[in-house]
Design a protein around this ligand. Structure first.
Ligand SMILES: Cc1cc2nc3c(=O)[nH]c(=O)nc-3n(C[C@H](O)[C@H](O)[C@H](O)COP(=O)(O)O)c2cc1C
Length: 155
């Protein structure tokens, strides 16, 4: 991107109890404080995958359900195989209980690379711990959203 141009970022999430939504909003807010980014946030259900063509950076988040991303997230990522995502930058995040860090993001990364091998996964996944199935987000975790935003905007 040339000097002065605005990059477009999209943060998509699934969320049953609202914790992953909170994380998505926090990441978007952080990205917007870091430079020339214009960031939109949306639930992934019903999001028209063709609209992704208008974004440079796409972040997708899911609650960890049974050690993987949610069914809705899985379906959404699988559907991305039908869109031209060449050269787009992706990264993934999840919310989970202890000891599940990276499990769901790892599944999402593998899936996108199998349906759309020409995308770039630009950062390791972010896992935000929650205290129970309905939350809340564990103390000290939300700051990691800012570090994640930092990593993705630098790439
Ligand atoms: C059906 C179901 C299965 C779950 N399985 C796991 C699991 O295997 N490992 C884990 O760490 N958390 C598991 N959880 C807890 C979720 O990670 C937690 O509900 C989620 O982070 C909350 O995010 P949300 O508020 O965005 O829905 C499960 C939750 C549900 C509802």
């Amino acid at each position: 991107m040339g000097a002065g141009s605005v990059e477009k970022a999209l943060v998509l999430y699934d969320s049953k109890y609202g914790n992953t939504k909170t994380v998505a909003e926090k990441i978007a807010e952080s990205i917007n404080t870091k430079g020339d980014f214009e960031t939109n946030v949306s639930h992934l259900e019903g999001f028209d995958v063709k609209k992704i063509e208008g974004y440079d950076l796409v972040l997708i988040g899911s609650p960890n359900h049974f050690g993987r991303d949610s069914k809705k997230t899985k379906k959404f990522i699988t559907n991305l195989g039908g869109v031209n995502l060449s050269g787009k930058k992706f990264a993934f995040f999840d919310t989970c209980l202890k000891r599940q860090e990276g499990r769901a993001t790892g599944k999402m990364e593998k899936r996108i690379q199998s349906v759309a091998p020409d995308v770039q996964v630009i950062s390791p996944g972010l896992s935000i711990l929650v205290g129970g199935t309905k939350g809340p987000i564990t103390e000290g975790e939300i700051v990691k959203c800012d570090e994640f935003a930092d990593r993705v905007v630098r790439r």
